[in-house]
Design a protein around this ligand. Structure first.
Ligand SMILES: Cc1cc2nc3c(=O)[nH]c(=O)nc-3n(C[C@H](O)[C@H](O)[C@H](O)COP(=O)(O)OP(=O)(O)OC[C@H]3O[C@@H](n4cnc5c(N)ncnc54)[C@H](O)[C@@H]3O)c2cc1C
Length: 566
């Protein structure tokens, strides 16, 4: 076993991880970044529609409006001190990206163009066609590749973190596998930042990449860090049938309509003012009600982009044009595109303060893995990219001064040996006819059916039973590849363990929250209940393996909760 030592270890090479690593390096720390895939293959790469730019002059609009709209969209579960920071500091991050070289789409006069996203009172979302995430991710990677930065940093590309190292309640780095050799090593650090992204693949179908398996959230949970708001799973209104591939909200931002099978713009009934650009939870529920009432075709409603014209479509939504053409053979300039709601984003995650610090000293988190909480019960579109940059940077800015003067402690061999044993256990297990992929699918399909858009107590309880059965199967299933080089069979197995932990936390929190708020709709408690539920649900694993549930009040600074109308 090799032991590597770094001041700051960033787990994750998506936007949150890269932003944190860049900032920590700028501040003079010896930084390491680990990513299980090449960093530019992180899911941030798939972000299509844009990034909000609050406070950026005419385009982004006053930051105070963004502060209010994000709070309202969060159904008042977002912590307002954190949302205020997102709104105040977000514009600067967008501008920084532009200065680094992100080629934002422009208006004819050369100004950066904006489009309107759901839940926002006006257009304040900057974008690069429909490849915003890819454009920003590549530019950040370029910054990391500058010789001065690159030489001062260590990138562990295609290394897979298996667990956090915790000693006397302090996080001291992580155990990770070099995927190329299969060897496990300790990467010790004075501060560790979890930026491992979301868990969308706990559901099937999902808009998320196959690698979005909640690893960091589960690892933090197993290490005893608190996990918050896990019942808040965002269901996006427009995904493709079958594959679940996302059709960006940017399409509606450019003016696309939603129609039912009778050609009616049904959002008139549900959100007469903001129509298709009401907040995501509202639009998804409206679609599902149309589908359930039989006003749908093959379980889908239609996205109508025909009136936008071929020029606008090809200039601003080219990738959507290509997705529709290549995956379902539809020309969106001439035909209607069938869409349905699909799982997209986790608002919950590793509980942190406004500096990305968790209650465990030395452990930070940022990006989709974290719950600061700026998204509360429902995330505003284009706020996640912003969240990754603002809080990735802030985590580094807190971690670097914090770790000054701290020393490395020797890591006992047993830390790595535990994970080695776990892996040996999986490899030695005989195959039994069951398969990891089958269990993963059964988990995803049952989570969608039972802990999806509309939640009922009987289905939630049934899912807890189902998850117990799935875990029994998981404990017995083996892998076919017994090798050590690039054993993706083994990695899928380990990831499934993380996903089952996340699924359990989602189901437990969803049963607990006896009200409807944002993305969480309980059929037996259809109303929001501020008297009893204006609070976060937090789950923490105890040293004896049991789970403790606690509540934390929501931070309210400016806006008292009021009824949400769009
Ligand atoms: C299709 C799609 C479109 C979207 N569009 C938008 C949009 O237009 N605007 C917006 O604001 N948001 C959008 N989102 C949401 C947004 O893209 C994500 O929430 C955000 O990019 C997450 O960034 P991140 O850095 O937290 O994680 P990610 O980009 O997911 O990166 C996670 C990193 O962690 C690493 N990792 C994970 N587990 C391990 C492990 N065990 N060991 C080592 N490394 C590990 C991965 O290799 C990866 O580098 C979209 C999401 C999807 C799925």
């Amino acid at each position: 076993m090799a032991v590597y030592e770094h001041d700051v270890l960033v787990i994750g090479g998506g936007l949150a991880g890269m932003r944190a690593a860049l900032r920590a390096q700028e501040l003079g720390a010896d930084v390491a970044m680990v990513s299980k895939v090449h960093p530019v293959r992180s899911h941030s790469n798939a972000a299509q529609g844009g990034i909000n730019g609050p406070g950026l002059g005419e385009g982004g609009g006053p930051w105070e409006e963004h502060f209010f709209e994000t709070t309202k969209a969060s159904d008042y579960l977002g912590d307002q001190d954190a949302i205020e920071i997102l709104a105040r500091e977000g514009g600067k991050e967008v501008l920084q990206c532009e200065h680094w070289g992100v080629v934002f789409s422009r208006k004819d006069d050369g100004q950066m163009a904006v489009r309107r996203f759901g839940g926002m009172g006006k257009a304040r979302t900057f974008f690069v066609g429909a490849i915003t995430g890819q454009a920003i991710l590549h530019v950040l990677y370029e910054q990391l590749m500058k010789p001065a930065v690159h030489d001062a940093m260590r990138m562990y590309e295609e290394w897979f973190v298996t667990s956090l190292i915790v000693d006397e309640g302090v996080c001291r780095g992580a155990v990770a596998m070099n995927i190329r050799t299969g060897e496990l090593h300790a990467i010790t650090a004075k501060a560790t930042i979890i930026a491992t992204g979301g868990l969308g693949r706990v559901y099937e179908p999902s808009t998320n990449a196959l690698i979005c398996t909640g690893d960091g959230i589960a690892q933090a949970y197993r290490a005893g860090a608190p996990i918050m708001d896990m019942e808040m799973v965002q269901i996006h209104p427009t995904t493709l049938k079958g594959s679940g591939v996302l059709i960006t909200e940017g399409a509606r931002g450019e003016g696309a309509y939603l129609l039912n099978k009778d050609g009616e713009r049904f959002m008139e009934k549900y959100a007469p003012k903001m129509m298709e650009l009401a907040s995501r939870d509202v639009v998804s529920r409206a679609e599902q009600m149309e589908i359930d009432a039989g006003r749908a075709v093959d379980g889908c409603v239609y996205l109508d982009m025909r009136h936008l014209g071929e020029d606008v479509i090809k200039e601003k939504l080219e990738e959507i044009y290509e997705i529709a053409r290549d995956l379902v053979n539809i020309d969106i300039a001439k035909e209607l595109l069938p869409v349905l709601p699909g799982v997209h984003y986790i608002m919950g995650g590793v509980k942190t303060d406004i500096d990305g610090l968790t209650p465990m000293p030395g452990l930070y988190s940022a990006g989709e893995a974290a719950c600061v909480s700026v998204h509360g019960a429902n995330r505003v579109g284009a706020n996640s990219l912003l969240d990754t940059l603002v809080f990735g940077r802030r985590a580094a800015e807190h971690a670097v001064p914090w770790m000054q003067g701290k020393t490395f402690k020797p890591i006992p061999e047993s830390v790595v040996e535990n994970d080695r044993k776990m892996i040996r256990g999986i490899l030695d297990r005989p195959t039994n006819g069951d398969r990891v992929a089958k269990i993963r699918r059964d988990m995803g399909v049952s989570m969608s059916a039972n802990v999806g858009l509309f939640r009922s107590p009987d289905k939630l309880v049934a899912q807890q039973g189902e998850l117990k059965t799935l875990r029994e199967r998981y404990d017995k299933v083996g892998v076919e590849d017994k090798g050590s080089v690039f054993n993706t069979d083994l990695l899928f197995h380990i990831e499934l363990g993380y996903m089952l932990d996340c699924a359990d936390m989602i189901a437990t929190s969803a049963i607990e929250r006896k009200e409807s708020r944002g993305a969480h709709t309980r059929l037996d408690f259809p109303n929001r209940d501020d008297e009893n539920w204006l609070k976060h649900i937090v789950l923490t694993k105890q040293p004896d393996g049991s789970e403790k549930m606690t509540y934390i009040p929501v931070t309210i600074t400016e806006f008292q909760p009021e009824e949400r109308k769009y």
